[in-house]
Design a protein around this ligand. Structure first.
Ligand code: ZN
Length: 228
């Protein structure tokens, strides 16, 4: 088995999705140095952090954080691009594992019962072949042992959100999500997971849809990355 892996590695060497260096056997998608140097927000250490301020007074939630700081020029950008557009969904799973284990030891998931990825409209998912957020959720699940529930649905394909104001994004998203299986979330601590939080419009709309259908669940809002 090792021989097969060594042969594979010789012809198709595995490289770090951030710095491009060749990976060691124990490394997956990223080298240890890159994982250590990723820009962390550390928002989960502070109540009313900038992420929580984005949602305060709009939707009820227990905790909210975005784990890595994201910008177009950041070291993380190439990994996010690979995850979303270059058919490397397991980059998302690996990042989810990192986020999950770091937040687990900090107590972020205390009281949480289930992880729910932000759904992608079926047409967009069929075109891309996967929903990267689902892979992030799987990684968080592997680190926390919390189960993943795919009880949310994206009802319609909304237009691109880039270059829209927050109000335009909200209007664009209104009525986009529904809970297909409310019983799976009733009375539970529900961690909603998304890839990147920019204005927070998607998470806010989704949280409103969940609370409208399942008013007794407790929401945790968690994104892999957050823009500042
Ligand atoms: Zn690296």
């Amino acid at each position: 088995m090792n021989l097969l892996r060594d042969l594979f590695d010789f012809f198709l060497p595995r490289t770090c999705h951030i710095c491009g260096c060749r990976l060691r056997d124990s490394e997956e998608f990223f080298c240890v140095r890159c994982v250590e140097s990723l820009p962390r927000s550390l928002y989960h250490h502070s109540p009313m952090n900038p992420m929580e301020r984005r949602f305060a007074g709009m939707v009820p939630f227990v905790r909210a954080t975005g784990h890595f700081i994201y910008s177009r020029n950041s070291r993380l950008a190439s990994a996010i691009h690979d995850m979303k557009y270059r058919r490397f969904p397991n980059v998302g799973r690996r990042l989810g594992e990192i986020v999950g284990s770091e937040l687990l030891s900090a107590g972020f998931f205390d009281g949480a019962d289930v992880i729910v990825p932000v759904p992608m409209h079926w047409f967009k998912q069929a075109r891309r072949g996967y929903n990267q957020t689902d892979f992030i959720a799987r990684g968080i699940s592997a680190a926390t042992q919390l189960p993943v529930s795919r009880s949310l649905r994206s009802c319609r394909a909304h237009k691109s959100q880039t270059s829209k104001t927050l109000a335009e994004r909200q209007a664009n998203l209104a009525g986009s999500f529904r809970v297909a299986d409310p019983d799976a979330l009733r009375g539970r601590g529900v961690v909603i997971v998304d890839d990147v939080c920019t204005t927070g419009a998607t998470l806010r709309t989704l949280a409103e849809a969940v609370m409208a259908q399942v008013p007794d669940c407790r929401l945790y809002l968690l994104t892999l990355c957050v823009t500042i």
